[in-house]
Design a protein around this ligand. Structure first.
Ligand SMILES: [Co+2]
Length: 455
């Protein structure tokens, strides 16, 4: 899920207050963010897993993208089913059953570039590990669920599919693999979707998810679809996204954005300056062009959304990483978690708000307010008990049985207790793509927690 920059403003971090380059909470740049979320809860999907492919989970490789697909009928092979060593399709096997020792695969690890290793103070050379075992286990479990669910999504997203079916397929998979259906009070806070599942088609860049009662969108052969969903375990949110297209004319657009994101990851690390990461991203992105209908179009980096750091139950932690050049000297710090994402477009590169609702999230600094409507009071209680500060979709509320909540929600939004998020779009006829990974900044290395063999 991307951060939106302050309404109507371009990102000019040189004009913003420079945060002290010290190790503190990390909130603090002058760039205001509006978050949005991505993971969404699904509907009641049935088991469905009677047939089809089974995916063998590779136990524990780096980035464990090494999943092998094996075609076999479940019915004919009882041994495999009995040992529960394989993921089903659709995914319904708990990852805790696939990794009974509790040792989930690490993400891809990368040492820091030389200049980032030049530590001078005694404190910094001590290599105190700031991530404890529970933190790492929760993060790695969430990442494994992300990989296994997106593996299913990548095989099953086809022209003719409705966005609702895709969103619900992803959400049902995430909940099943975590073992948290999220229907009992508080269960969504233990594990589940990290934000509403983002499914953005063509010129929709970010923050679209299907809502019940809205016009259904059906995927077409010529479409470009970005899929941005989050998985959390105990509030440790993995935020990762990819883009699919069925027509090879978009290959260069997807390649540009994948390259830009991987370039941003390579440039990241403890002590890396945000301005250097942004510059590297933009340069990679804008070295590509695509040919559409006989016209050559340069790929542009999108200007008014950004990558971001992540805190527990808080998708946007206060630091932002633009995709365009700037002079923000803020550094990444050991112990931080970052979502490095980039968006490339064939359009203007400047997004505008579109109508509609993507999701809601309780403000991190929500004021106490005198609520007039009793429906607002009970809605706030439901939000506190089930989502805390996680961003959630309307569908997530509705599956808890909440109805007729709009008036109450409007009061919560108007009083600044809850923020609402809507779709962001580029010019009509343009195409936007996104790739995103979540990184853990250890003291001595970076762990690309969401890396798989797919992207
Ligand atoms: Co994000």
């Amino acid at each position: 899920m991307a951060s939106k920059t302050y309404e109507g403003r371009e990102v000019h971090p040189e004009n913003t207050a420079k945060p002290p380059a010290s190790k503190s909470s990390g909130a603090g740049t002058g760039v205001l963010l509006m978050g949005s979320g991505d993971g969404d809860g699904g509907s009641d999907d049935p088991d469905g897993d009677g047939e089809g492919l089974e995916v063998v989970a590779a136990g524990g490789g780096v980035g464990n993208g090494e999943e092998k697909k094996k075609k076999k009928r479940k019915r004919s092979k009882k041994s495999a089913a009995k040992t529960a060593k394989v993921q089903s399709s659709p995914p319904r096997v708990l990852v805790s059953d696939l990794f009974p020792s509790g040792a989930y695969p690490m993400g891809e690890t990368v040492g820091y570039a030389d200049e980032n290793l030049k530590r001078t103070t005694g404190e910094e050379t001590r290599y105190v590990e700031r991530f404890d075992e529970t933190f790492l286990s929760d993060y790695r479990e969430a990442a494994e669920v992300h990989r296994q669910v997106r593996n299913w999504a990548q095989q099953n997203i086809k022209p003719g599919a409705s966005l609702t079916s895709i969103a619900e397929g992803i959400e049902d998979g995430v909940r099943a693999l975590l073992g948290h259906q999220g229907l009992e009070t508080g269960d969504c806070l233990k594990g589940g979707m990290g934000f509403p599942t983002g499914l953005c088609v063509n010129n929709v860049a970010a923050h679209f998810t299907p809502n019940s009662g809205s016009k259904e969108v059906v995927l077409q052969q010529q479409d470009v679809l970005s899929v941005d969903f989050g998985v959390h375990v105990n509030g440790r949110i993995v935020d990762s996204a990819f883009t699919v297209a069925f027509d090879p004319v978009y290959d260069n657009l997807l390649a540009a954005v994948k390259d830009a994101t991987n370039t941003g990851i390579k440039t990241a690390g403890v002590d890396a300056h945000i301005c250097d990461i942004s510059a590297a991203i933009q340069e990679a992105m804008e070295s590509y062009e695509v040919e559409l209908n006989g016209k050559v179009i340069p790929v542009k980096a999108v200007r008014n959304i950004t990558g971001h750091n992540i805190k527990q139950y808080q998708i946007h932690g206060g630091k932002s990483i633009p995709f365009i050049k700037n002079s923000d000297q803020t550094k990444m710090e050991a112990g931080e978690v970052f979502a490095i994402e980039t968006f490339g477009t064939t359009g203007s590169g400047v997004l505008r708000d579109d109508v509609g609702i993507y999701g809601y999230g309780k403000s991190y600094d929500a004021p106490r307010a005198n609520l007039q409507l009793s429906s607002a009071k009970s809605l706030l209680k439901t939000i506190n008990q089930n989502f805390g500060t996680l961003v959630f979709a309307r569908r997530y509320l509705e599956r808890l049985g909440v109805t007729r909540y709009l008036a109450g929600m409007n009061e919560l939004v108007s009083k600044g207790i809850v923020e609402s998020y809507g779709p962001l779009v580029d010019t009509k006829g343009s195409y936007v793509a996104q790739f995103e990974h979540t990184l853990l900044l250890h003291d001595d290395k970076m762990e690309i927690i969401s890396r798989g063999d797919d992207y």
